[in-house]
Design a protein around this ligand. Sequence first.
Ligand SMILES: Nc1ncnc2c1ncn2[C@@H]1O[C@H](COP(=O)(O)OP(=O)(O)OP(=O)(O)O)[C@@H](O)[C@H]1O
Length: 235
Amino acid sequence: MKTLLSVESVHAHYGKSHVLQGVSLHVGDGELVTLLGRNGAGKTTTLKTIAGVMAPTQGQVRFGGEPVHQLATHLVAQRGICLVPEHRGIFKLLTVEENLLLGQRKHSPWQLPDVYRIFPRLKERRANGGGQLSGGEQQMLAIGRALMNAPRLLMLDEPVEGLAPVIVEEIVAQLQTIKAAGVSILLVEQNLEVCTQLADRHYVIEQGAIVHEASNADFLADDAVKDRYLGVGMA
Ligand SMILES: Nc1ncnc2c1ncn2[C@@H]1O[C@H](COP(=O)(O)OP(=O)(O)OP(=O)(O)O)[C@@H](O)[C@H]1O
């Protein structure tokens, strides 16, 4: 599989706090990879560094072979890296449709009808304000808006946190659809069941460095890893 994203020995600081201490990982074309780890391990910071929201203090990020770690966020987005942040960034006073159109790019394979096809709830609520949506609908809107931006790599930060099981299932099913359409996905998520339903491969991050990498099959078979690094067994 061809490598799309390659993060090479990336370090990042918040002031004097050395948060990422040499993170290396890669995502292949069309692959769905998770980044797992306890609170504060550096997952969100890794996503922010890839998206160009934070500049690494050392190391590099390559996308399609091109170094992108010195580019401004909008230029990283133009190359096809889209981050759906944990707090979703929905404009509450704009309608659902206006929020979606903010992400629109003419050449994107994902236009309004495509987003409404995978998330019919958004179509039903197209004229509602962003502030009137449930948490699950907001997440769908954030993913839909990212799709309209023509991502080659979609990065999701805890997309199903706090959502009802039926909504989680809907989002998982649509992430499968998005993956099947060829979009690569880097997923940060605490819900291991969701992660193992979706992923090809997993990384575990601890104190700002990758401590474990496994295929989904190997990860599922390895209770010791789950207990040691994540402190949780599978249900
Ligand atoms: N803006 C900030 N300023 C200073 N320190 C920060 C900032 N954001 C995060 N940190 C610290 O950096 C470390 C890594 O945080 P990060 O958010 O990347 O972790 P995480 O693995 O995503 O955890 P969580 O699941 O809690 O979000 C933590 O120790 C956190 O306290």
